[in-house]
Design a protein around this ligand. Sequence first.
Ligand SMILES: [Zn+2]
Length: 446
Amino acid sequence: MIIRNGTIITWTEPNQLLEGHEILVQDCAIVSIEPQGVLTKRYPEEEVLDAQGQLIMPGNICAHTHFYGAFSRGMAIPGEPAENFQQILEKLWWKLDKALDEEGTRYSALTLLIDAIKYGTTTIIDHHASPNFIDGSLDVVYEAVRQSGLRSALCYEVTDRDGPERALAGINENSRFISRVEAGEIDPMVKAHFGLHASLTVSAATLAKCVEANGNRVGFHVHAAEGTVDQEDSLAKYGKRVIERFWDEHILSDRSILAHGVHVSDDEIRLLAESQSWLTHQPRSNMNNAVGVAPVEKLLESGVNLCMGNDGFSNAMWQEWFFAYLLQKDHKGDPRAMNGYDVIKIAVENNSRLATQIWDGMRVGKIEPGAAADIIFVDYHAITPMTAGNLPWHILFGFRDGMVTMTMAGGKVLMKDRQLLFLDEVEIAARSREVAAQSWARVAEM
Ligand SMILES: [Zn+2]
């Protein structure tokens, strides 16, 4: 396929805006980029995808999400409103995930995958929990991802909060799915991590079992220092802070993802940088849970691999970028805080490096020869001069997620002219409403 007739944003370093070029995509990768006319002349038989003057850019990447959170939308939480993060976990998330059965797991995933395709997010790193449907749950999420055609890395959140039997079931679910990936039974668009819920819900014994079961096959994916309660718990039980505990237990590595890091000490920042672990930032979730503000600029200056996730919020990643941009300024009372380039460093460059590591060196998140063909069209017509240099501010202040008109992942067009090609949105939403109502009824009974 040849993609032509648009302005290409490459997200290479340095970033480039290419006018009058065309892209050759073969199988799952970008093969070459040449001046307009060269490829169409060289490969007259190739199908042509005309961007009609739109922007052509790499799909967005989300470094931490929860498909299982979809049914929280519009849900009334029984009882008194939660006063703090611990209560939010207990009153909302630890009930909603228990309410998910096989069908709930499937439709939670499908609905957020549709959201991702429509909003141009082509790579999603998920952290799954469904304590009453653990065995085989990753296969159900996997089938939904495969139906969608997107790129995704999956894991199951191991936790002790529901007793030793389910902790063990979580360990086995991760291990089983990792083995399937290793055996080549899984589409190469899908990879695995070993999931852990968070320090505060994983005991020393369970953590040791996870390390053993993983056997260094993949990186871990875990929440870390999201609320102060995580640090208080770790200090009380282990006499050390969360990141220090994870360092001592061999959880940190250049393959592991730690979500949040809102409350980290200088020593913990040093350990994150030294281990080259990936730390993800989710400002919308942090603001919604009122857990505090991550020290983003300090993390970047210290050499931490800081990435951008959405923690189960909509896969409209440009919204997440904008909150990240605004939050630091407001928090610090300094409009110079969080430059547009810092947002790009986190959400584009570091997310791309993370995805490239997960997909075994296949470059994800760039338009250049050899990179994965994960591409979107954006119907944005700049009203002021737009260059590679000021592009971050055009995105932050001008791009809206509904401007995405075409989404391609792994060389396959998943949405064209805003029409989904493989998923029936109306039918899936209708079924999702039924399944969500059943889940809500179970939550109300808990
Ligand atoms: Zn999360």
